[in-house]
Write a protein that binds this ligand. Structure first.
Ligand code: 15L
Length: 273
């Protein structure tokens, strides 16, 4: 485990009480980070966490003041009515970047998602994994908000020199829970490795990468993430036999199977995904 870059010691973690935030709270300190936690909901067991909505600009300015980097996980993590996505994900991310710019924060790692490009056909036939420069093809308002976040990050790099790594996370859960997830699983330990690489790599400007583990059935090209120094160690394959016995193989005739975004293409989404 390499030491954090000197420019990334104190880390603001937004969305600290969410699923990925909770996993990262226990994993990232092992890389030497001191975490400052923020969430719209109280963070259990963390009395010092900042409870604030991203629309609360004053508190947000204070929250980003003096940090060396931000891991921005906050926001709605599934499909929702447009007005809710607009407020939490689109306006919320804008407020965060404004606060970061005004306080001179140099690096953000933005939790983008596979759903920014969810309508991209999945290489079910074992073809080449999807490259990071594939055009945006959001599958939901949620995915659209991630496209916005990536473009916002590009704007803040070009105009203000604020660096971002946008990580299009596949499925970050302790274990893959569906056949689709075998191809896009990001184990929590690999997520911490990737976020650490994204926070510490030199000269990233704005870089978009996929967040996946070293999955045998991978759909997402990890070369960009590896170029940051990320070396995934986990593979979903040991879970494959059980999941396939339960669900069967993915069906190329089913749109929820043959696109990267899976069940997010179907309204309402089919669970489990
Ligand atoms: C996401 O972006 C969601 O935040 C997460 O909950 C999963 O649904 C994941 O995508 C996925 O595609 O499985």
């Amino acid at each position: 485990m390499s030491a954090p870059h000197p420019a990334a010691r104190t880390l603001l973690l937004t969305g600290a009480s969410g699923g990925v935030g909770t996993l990262m709270r226990s994993l990232l300190p092992r890389y030497g980070y001191t975490l400052r936690l923020l969430d719209a909901r109280p963070v259990e067991g963390e009395p010092d966490a900042i409870t604030a909505d991203l629309a609360d600009r004053e508190t947000l300015r204070e929250a980003v003041r003096g940090v060396d980097g931000i891991l921005h996980l906050a926001g709605i993590s599934l499909e929702a009515p447009f007005e809710k996505i607009l407020r939490a994900n689109i306006e919320g991310t804008y407020h965060l970047y404004e606060a970061a710019r005004l306080e001179g924060v140099s690096r953000v790692v933005f939790a983008s998602s596979n759903h920014a490009v969810g309508y991209t056909p999945a290489p079910l036939d074992g073809g080449s994994p999807i490259p990071a420069d594939t055009p945006h093809r959001p599958d939901t308002f949620y995915g659209l908000s991630k496209c916005f976040g990536e473009d916002l990050a590009q704007l803040y790099w070009d105009k203000h020199g604020l660096e971002t790594v946008s990580v299009r996370i596949g499925s970050c859960f302790p274990e893959p829970t569906s056949v689709r997830m075998l191809s896009i699983w990001l184990s929590p330990a690999d997520a911490a490795r990737l976020f650490h690489a994204a926070l510490t790599a030199e000269g990233v400007g704005h870089t978009v990468v996929y967040g996946g583990s070293a999955n045998t059935r991978a759909w997402m090209d990890l070369s960009g993430a590896r170029a940051l120094g990320y070396e995934p160690r986990d593979d979903s394959e040991p879970y494959a036999a059980d999941l396939i016995a339960k669900e069967g193989e993915l069906d190329p005739a089913n749109p929820a199977h043959h696109h990267l975004g899976g069940p997010f293409l179907v309204d309402p989404p089919i669970w489990p995904y």
